[in-house]
Design a protein around this ligand. Sequence first.
Ligand code: NG6
Ligand code: CA
Length: 502
Amino acid sequence: MINRFLVIFLLLGVFACSSSSQDKAQQKPNIVIIYVDDLGYADVGCYGAKGVATPNIDRLAKEGLRFTDGHSSAATCTPSRFSLLTGKHAFRNKAAILPGDAPLVIRPGTPTIAGMLQKAGYKTGVIGKWHLGLGNGTVNWNKQIKPGPQEIGFDYSFLIPATGDRVPTVYVENQRVVGLDPNDPIQVSYAEKVGDEPTGLSHPQLLKMKADTQHSQTIINGVSRIGYMAGGKAARWQDEDFPDILTQKAKAFITQNKEQPFFLYFAFQDIHVPRVPHPRFVGKSQMGPRGDAIVQMDWCTGEIVKTLEELGLAQNTLIIFTSDNGPVLDDGYADQAEILVGAHNPSGSFKGGKYSAYEAGTRVPTITYWPGVIKPGVSNALVNQIDLYASLAQLVGQKLEKDAAPDSQEMLDTWLGKTNKGRTEMVEEAFVLALRSGDWKYIAPGTQAPDWLKNKKIATGLGEEPQLYNLAQDKAENHNLAQQHPEKVKELAKRLEAIVAD
Ligand code: NG6
Ligand code: CA
């Protein structure tokens, strides 16, 4: 008798324990970062877009929190992604725009946001554009490709290895090129021609759209790329399929991990060049391929929200929607972006765009969405993606390891809209560095930039003289006050130097 009671008692105890640990696991919210490429501040409806409708993103903004002063850490892709994942300024590692055959720039052993979440019990996945390098030196694309995401905290990866405009134009899933025929090995070179396939320079008549010299190497799927590639024919992507393939992979990742907390870093190819939307999105905006790519990425965003809702996960998922840098119209391909832009201004009322030290370089659409937790609204707080590391660690109750995320500030309450208090100072990284401090913005002097940048019609912020703006009075950065306030220039220059030396 006693024994029977004892058994029942023990069983009850076991059940109680397992259900409470299950509840606990349930309480940890899923985290999805939707990372658009080159999306400008005013490229979506809720931030003032004209000529293109983005109902899915507008809904996130309407039912979530829309930031008016949200920033990527840099005005180009690799540095922003580096900082997002490591919580560390990219200039500390000299992480600039990488070639398509570069080694992994976040070295194994470096603490990452994905690794931190893994330790907190999350399944972690990255789907989409990587552009952080792979391997240790020159990658052999025909073998196991590592180190890569797996070695820095991701359980699952499905990658566009570099950018859409760089070779190799293949997907890499968990360290292997997808669909590779071993009898047709891949060769890649950024230095010299490999194989005998036509290039943009030799066969311009084969192109879907003309390109500048840097984008005029091997032609793949009618688009000339940066870099030369041979072989791997069966594995090559069709640019038009990006939205369907990447979204399907993202849905599968969510579905497979629905019973446990997951972290999905979903990095779109859109709206980076080459802009080759799927035929069903062609003509869906008034702005040609660039606008159609915006419609396409709005659709992808909507599919993720729909999937979370269908699986009953929406109430327990924090979505962060944002971009890696500001907008660019002509980034190497003649896709009519400049001709068809009309009244639409991708940078909104800010100066510059991608590559620029002015505000539009890093001030990008930034929306947090978590039904039932984040109250709908608008926040004017100064926030930066570099702070997500420390803020999400706080959210999931994970202590930051020693030396982890040195530049990341814990600002969870700001991201969740519980306070309107943002950063008091912030570095913006372009080809020169800038410092925001209160209402002031200081742009350090500097003129070093790649030659191709000089042909772009972008106000880069580069110059021999220091620049000082008062953003409260002059958010378009038109009036350089450096001459009037030499002491302020001195103070901010000193402070910036100190941050860099830190
Ligand atoms: C530049 C490319 C540009 C784009 C950019 C990276 C030239 C002239 N331009 O070097 O097309 O690929 O790199 O963009 O080569 S980013 O969004 O990934 O930073
Ligand atoms: Ca980018």
